[in-house]
Design a protein around this ligand. Structure first.
Ligand SMILES: C[S@@+](CC[C@H](N)C(=O)[O-])C[C@H]1O[C@@H](n2cnc3c(N)ncnc32)[C@H](O)[C@@H]1O
Length: 198
């Protein structure tokens, strides 16, 4: 699902970009160490492209392939990333246009909770990862999406959402097993973690 105006404003601003570059990058460095160094990383739902910048500049990825379902977001990402080793396209996390086992890592900066059939997106992520590849995720649990503010101000699928444990169980069902513990941030409004394909 595409973002509405309020969510776009919440995502596409300098404060969020600074947060991604500094705090969120530090969370993922703690979880993954230097596992992304020199790697080919796929970013699902890249938005305006700040996450791809973080992958290259903070986490050491050699190159990034990134897509988003919203063409206008991809256009913003193109403008931001034209000097970087990033390949951008419009695409759907439920039908990823990448060969099976072709990427070293997948990054999900808060998009899977936007996908109605999120289990299909997880299955696609597992498919495109090479054996031993890593998925890094940052997600919002069901209870947050059920709050008055989220129900009123944002557009998210209402049915078939997940809590952190359910998300981890779905990853495991596809052979993606947790690396360390899932971390909760902002009083549990956000969870982040890493899983490796066995
Ligand atoms: C909360 S925003 C996060 C954007 C970006 N990852 C960031 O951290 O700034 C969620 C993004 O997921 C995209 N999205 C939603 N459903 C998608 C799908 N099925 N496939 C790909 N992208 C999707 C939206 O267009 C939006 O850009």
């Amino acid at each position: 699902m595409k973002l509405n105006g309020i969510e776009r404003a919440a995502m596409n601003n300098p404060l969020r970009a600074a947060h991604q570059h500094h705090r969120e990058a530090a969370w993922f460095r703690r979880l993954a160490g230097d596992s992304l160094a020199g790697q080919h990383v796929l970013e699902v739902g890249c938005g305006r492209g700040v996450g791809s910048e973080v992958l290259l500049k903070r986490l050491g990825a050699a190159r990034v392939t990134a897509f988003d379902i919203d063409e206008s977001m991809v256009e913003l990402a193109r403008r931001r990333l034209h000097r970087h080793p990033v390949e951008l396209s419009v695409g759907d996390a439920c039908a990823i246009e990448q060969p099976t086992g072709s990427v070293d890592a997948v990054m999900d900066f808060g998009i899977i909770h936007h996908v109605p059939d999120w289990q299909q997106a997880v299955s696609e992520i597992a498919r495109v990862l090479r054996p031993g590849g890593l998925v890094l995720f940052e997600e919002l649990p069901r209870w947050v999406l059920d709050t008055w503010a989220f129900r009123t101000l944002t557009v998210h699928p209402r049915e078939n959402r997940f809590e952190a444990g359910e998300f981890a169980a779905e990853l495991a069902r596809h052979g993606l097993h947790g690396v360390g513990r899932i971390e909760q941030h902002f009083g549990g409004m956000l969870f982040v973690g890493a899983a490796r394909k066995t």
